[in-house]
Design a protein around this ligand. Structure first.
Ligand code: PLP
Length: 359
């Protein structure tokens, strides 16, 4: 198949291998595979259909859950932020969606609802990240209210979220795990805490349910490094060279002429830009892979194009493939040059980008 301009090549075998590797790191835990934000840019339904062994799927919004149901996905689906309005409860019940409860409004909406089939609930406790979750002092009251409600399927699941698990040296994670144990060890519920970084670095956070996202897509969540044995990127973002020209030393390239060549060289233009989700703030020197060789991005990223310095004696030609990230060029590295994180690069891929499945 010919390469279109701006194509995300999706390797579902890599996804499946990454999933199996995650499973091997925590063989006794069930896996809630996180598919929010269009499966981290890889395609919501495509990824769901490629994970037949997952025990449940996690999404952030009701629309994402309904899209999965509309695609015929029957597995348990968990709303990781819960529902936002009490009118949503009917939708949850009818579509068999599980919800997190993290605030007073959600609790009272559930307890006072009138649903045909009771809801499966995950109660979220704030153990120190201070984003979502009830305070430890509220646990006894929320727990009792939920286990006594006719609108709630028993047993409920207890969960929390780690804020610093990517950094092995941060003492916060152990504190969060200790507090979670202290609060929940006497309760008979299943428990869940680990995101990808927790899966990799904090086995004591695994409990009965792990919740990997980024790692399934073959990308490292760790602050310390990007090479994780056996993990392969699922998305490789590619496009092609649409122009190769010579410029002389002293000439500048691109909008506002922010880069000036110090030598005579050949400049390649690749058909990808921020209109495709390539980060506009990628700095001079961001690596791009052309014919197996790393060349530096130069000048500003445009909506539809970027320029690269191919070098004076380069032989690259119009039509040659450029890899922006993925196999051969970790998205984690590109993220550093764009002063962001790989999560954002992956889920910012726009609808203009073609999707092609790897062989
Ligand atoms: C996004 C999310 C995850 C997955 O995080 P990764 O770092 O991508 O593994 C897990 N749990 C919750 C509650 C989330 O919102």
């Amino acid at each position: 198949m010919a390469l279109h301009t701006a194509t995300a090549v999706i390797d579902l075998h890599a996804l499946s291998n990454n999933y199996q590797l995650i499973k091997s790191l925590s063989p006794d835990a069930k896996i809630l595979a996180v598919l929010k934000a269009n499966g981290y840019g890889h395609g919501l339904e495509r990824i769901a259909n490629a994970l037949p062994d997952a025990d449940a799927f996690g999404v952030a919004r009701i629309d994402e859950a309904l899209a999965l149901r509309a695609a015929g996905i029957e597995k348990p689906i968990v709303l990781l932020e819960g529902f936002f309005a009490k009118e949503d409860i009917e939708t949850l019940s009818v579509n068999n969606l599980q919800t997190i409860v993290h605030n007073e409004q959600q609790l009272s909406a559930i307890v006072n609802a009138n649903v045909d089939s009771p809801l499966k609930v995950w109660l979220k406790i704030d153990t120190g990240m201070h984003r979502l979750g009830i305070n430890p002092e509220q646990l006894a009251r929320f727990y009792q209210a939920l286990i006594q409600s006719k609108n709630v399927q028993q047993p409920i699941i207890l969960m929390s979220h780690l804020g610093c698990a990517d950094d092995k040296n941060n003492p916060k994670t152990s504190q969060q795990i200790s507090l979670f144990n202290e609060l929940t060890s006497a309760l008979p519920s299943e428990k869940s805490m680990a995101n990808s970084a927790g899966v990799l670095q904090w086995p004591e956070s695994h409990y009965q349910w792990i919740r990997p996202g980024l790692l399934m897509y073959g990308v490292s969540p760790l602050a310390a490094g990007i090479n994780i044995e056996g993990i392969e990127p699922v998305m490789t973002l590619q496009s092609s060279l649409i122009s190769v020209r010579e410029i002389a030393a002293g000439e500048s390239v691109g909008y506002s002429g922010t880069w000036t060549s110090e030598k005579n060289t050949r400049i390649g233009v690749v058909a990808i830009g921020y209109g495709d989700g390539y980060p506009r703030h990628a700095a001079n020197g961001t690596p791009v892979l052309i014919n197996g060789r790393r060349v530096p991005l130069i000048g500003r990223v445009s909506m539809d194009m970027i320029s690269v310095d191919l070098g004076e004696n380069s032989l690259d030609q119009v039509g040659d493939i450029a890899t922006l990230w993925g196999k051969g060029l970790p998205v984690e590295e590109v993220a550093v040059f764009a002063t962001t994180i790989p999560y954002e690069l992956l889920c910012n891929i726009t609808r203009r980008v073609h999707v092609q499945l790897a062989e």
